[in-house]
Design a protein around this ligand. Structure first.
Ligand code: ADP
Ligand code: MG
Length: 212
């Protein structure tokens, strides 16, 4: 079974940065409908700073070090609620695998679970509150139930469930974050973080290493 090494994750983070650029206006438009219209701007600023860090990455950086660097950069650079949430997601994910140059598929699943748990602990949101957790939590359940012998298929199913989870936020009433202030007027709009999270994690399908 394939291992996921530092170079794979560097490629994934570069792809995430490109995704943040490509979807900046769309994420901002979604946030404009039920928030303050800065979600895409926040994340594109954050990932531009990530790319700068990747361009100067020391050779001896391991997987945990890479995730810590990305997480801290997002935490520092991204304004709004999503910065600390995405920042702690990557930091806690990396902290699962200290000192490793590469991780197995099972370790990758553990990393993602740890990251999502930290979003729950920090943001205190639950499933159905109309946040990024509505894509992340059901996606992760699918990932954990998937066949470990085919990481690529498992990651594809994970992302597909996240995409559906984002769709499922549309009829929900926001119970966390800025959109909560709108009450019933938040109904009928997609949660921006549920969209950015599936599109960012879709980048795990990037690169040969995920092809099992
Ligand atoms: P802000 O709301 O501060 O302007 P952003 O616009 O960057 O920050 O991010 C908004 C997104 O953050 C929301 O769409 C939602 O998915 C996510 N979010 C907000 N609060 C929480 C929370 N408590 N738990 C999980 N996700 C949250
Ligand atoms: Mg916002």
């Amino acid at each position: 079974m394939a291992d996921f090494d530092r170079d794979y994750f560097v490629a994934v983070f570069r792809r995430m940065a490109a995704t943040a650029e490509e979807n900046r206006d769309e994420w901002t438009r979604l946030d404009g409908a039920i928030g303050d219209g800065d979600h895409g701007i926040n994340l594109s600023i954050g990932f531009r700073a990530v790319v700068k860090q990747l361009d100067a990455l020391p050779d001896d950086t391991d997987v945990a070090g890479l995730f810590k660097l990305v997480g801290m950069t997002l935490l520092r650079k991204v304004g709004g609620a999503s910065g600390p949430l995405y920042g702690s997601f990557f930091m806690k994910a990396g902290a699962e695998v200290p000192g490793q140059a590469q991780v197995s598929f099972d370790e990758l699943r553990r990393m993602l679970r740890a990251g999502v748990t930290s979003i729950q602990q920090r943001g205190k949101a639950e499933l159905g509150d109309k946040t990024m957790l509505d894509s992340l939590l059901p996606g992760l359940d699918v990932l954990e139930a998937a066949d470990a012998d085919d990481p690529r298929a498992a990651l594809a199913a994970f992302v597909e469930r996240m995409r559906q989870g984002s769709d499922e936020t549309i009829p929900l009433r926001a119970r966390k974050g800025r959109a909560m202030r709108l009450g019933d007027r938040s109904i009928g709009h997609r949660d921006p973080g549920s969209q950015s999270s599936w599109q960012l994690l879709n980048c795990l399908l990037e690169g040969d290493r995920a092809r099992s």
